[in-house]
Design a protein. Structure first.
Length: 209
């Protein structure tokens, strides 16, 4: 029952199109508000089954689900791997990490590194300010919530070693979080950032989370 995302899709945001509009056809959102990252891809559209998997991975103490999700993500992000990118998870604040015991994005990044043979760096970006949960916030509210929340490692350039970055998270909703982290990475010296998530909310549908 998972709705996997494949072509045709927006080459920037990875939003699925109902019909093939050509390789140069961009989604309205990508044209109206170009993101700071180069490309975003997701394995599946967010729906009841994807939501249940994410919820159990994130809050239900089911870290083993990361292996299943990462297999689908590795296929969805196949265009990224040839450039040998550094895989970077969206970080949790230390207080939330203590409460949950693990960061689901870090688990996904570790599994992706195992599947691709690439390197994951869970410490390249830190969340220096605890933010309220994004659930229930509007798009503008989400942007305000994460503004200034992230910082790059002081030796980010040395850790990057000229490699592009694949930024990993569980769900792409409005993109507020990954956009904020991307801007931090670009300021720290990353030449290109791409985003890879397990699920994404398809534009035009209600925000479910």
């Amino acid at each position: 029952s998972l709705r996997q995302i494949g072509a045709p899709l927006c080459p920037v945001l990875g939003i699925p199109f109902e019909t093939d509009q050509g390789s140069e056809a961009f989604s309205a959102e990508a044209l109206a508000d170009p993101p700071p990252f180069a490309r975003a891809r997701a394995a599946v559209s967010y729906g009841p089954v994807a939501g249940a998997l994410v919820s159990r991975l994130k809050y239900g103490d089911r870290p083993e689900l990361a292996r299943f999700c990462a297999r689908l993500m590795a296929a969805a992000g196949r265009e990224f791997w040839a450039a040998a990118p550094l895989i970077v998870p969206v970080p949790l604040h230390a207080s939330r990490l203590r409460m949950r015991r693990y960061n689901q994005s870090m688990l996904l990044a570790a599994e992706l590194a195992r599947l691709t043979g690439l390197v994951a760096d869970p410490h390249l970006v830190v969340r220096r300010r605890r933010t309220r949960q994004q659930v229930g916030l509007s798009g503008d509210g989400r942007l305000r919530n994460v503004r200034g929340a992230f910082a790059a490692h002081p030796r980010a350039l040395e850790r990057l070693k000229g490699r592009p970055v694949v930024l990993v998270d569980d769900v792409y909703t409005t993109g507020a979080t990954v956009k904020a982290v991307t801007r931090v990475l670009l300021r720290a010296g990353a030449e290109e950032v791409n985003v890879l998530t397990f699920a994404r909310v398809v534009i035009g549908e209600d925000l479910p989370i």
